[in-house]
Design a protein around this ligand. Structure first.
Ligand SMILES: [Mn+2]
Length: 330
């Protein structure tokens, strides 16, 4: 999306927002901090328009509790109450992941996943951006004042999606955005402490189990962790408590691709991380999605080890672990 396309899209987005009497702000199921931070930041800005009704909704019942410091976190509902509204969807690659039927509604689609299916009437998708909140910030700062509340939400989302400014998506523009958000009133130290100093015990207990299961494949280039349903109930962990577990597997020096397989009631949930290889190819092959270096999907059937075997097979077929060596030889 070049600058002109972006400006045109913002014009259209502004038009949609101004003409809507009701707005429903949605984000993807099993929301991460970028999904909720982007949604709440937009909510904080738009609820200033007293002539509109605004709701912020997420289909998942379990939200990451440590995000309760975000302004209006307790406004997030589990159901859509408006029969007609403009939908603003945040950080969500396709309509399935919204978890609601949004047929017949206008949609403003704000995201940074390159796999986004452009399902909106207006789509502002910038894959080069590190977070959806960075996209939202660029849109709204062009015609509104970013309030401290919105800045807090957008900054938290950016901090999280860049894994504290360590991912390959971090560039000068990310720090410009961060700087703009801090100027607008986000408190970097406060927000960081909510991410790093508020772990529930269950998240460490389940990490311990996951580390116990760590297995290496293909000359230690692939690391795999599995978590059983029994371990989840024994530790008391919820889905948000297991976010980030897979990054421990990826942190090993030899590892190119990390897999975490979690047994849930809905099937085996797979998180994939990589240092170079495009793991979104694996996720897409199984009906999931994500980014090149971070993707995921759910396998409806089979056990944990079966799931791992299927993925290892797929990695081989796609030649993903060969990619690195061929890049090196160039
Ligand atoms: Mn994101």
């Amino acid at each position: 999306m070049d600058h002109k396309d972006f400006q045109n899209a913002v014009k259209k987005a502004k038009h949609l927002i101004e003409n809507a009497s009701g707005i429903t702000i949605l984000s993807h199921i099993n929301p991460d901090p970028d999904a909720l931070g982007t949604a709440l930041g937009i909510y904080a800005l738009l609820r200033q328009d007293k002539n509109k009704k605004i709701e912020v909704v997420n289909a998942s019942k379990e939200l990451p509790r440590f995000l309760d410091f975000l302004p209006y976190f307790n406004h997030i509902k589990n159901k859509m109450d408006y029969n007609e509204s403009l939908v603003i969807s945040c950080d969500c690659g396709n309509t399935d992941r919204l978890g609601f039927d949004v047929g017949g509604r206008d949609i403003l689609n704000i995201d940074h996943h390159s796999s986004n299916t452009h399902y909106g009437n207006v789509n502002i998708i910038i894959p080069e951006y590190a977070s959806s909140s960075q996209v939202a910030y660029e849109i709204f700062k062009s015609y509104r004042t970013i309030t401290p509340e919105a800045a807090t939400c957008f900054y938290a989302a950016l901090l999280s999606d860049t894994r504290y400014f360590t991912t390959s998506s971090v560039n000068h523009k990310v720090f410009e955005t961060a700087s703009g958000l801090i100027k607008a009133g986000a408190c970097a130290a406060d927000i960081s402490s909510h991410f790093t100093q508020r772990r529930p015990l269950a998240s460490l207990r389940i990490l311990q189990r996951a580390l116990d299961s760590l297995t290496l494949y293909q000359n230690a280039t692939i690391a795999c962790m599995t978590i059983t349903q029994n371990e989840i109930s024994a530790s008391g962990a919820t889905m948000p408590d297991m976010e980030g577990v897979v990054d421990y597997a990826k942190s090993l020096a030899t590892v190119e691709i990390a897999i975490c397989a979690i047994q849930t009631e809905d099937g085996i949930r797979i998180s994939l991380r990589s240092k170079n290889a495009d793991v979104s190819k694996i996720a897409l092959a199984f009906g999931g999605g994500g980014h090149k270096l971070a993707a995921g999907f759910t396998l409806k059937q089979g056990g944990l080890q079966q799931a791992v075997n299927i993925i290892l097979e797929k990695i081989k077929k796609l030649g993903l672990t060969d990619e690195k060596s061929s890049q090196k030889s160039k």
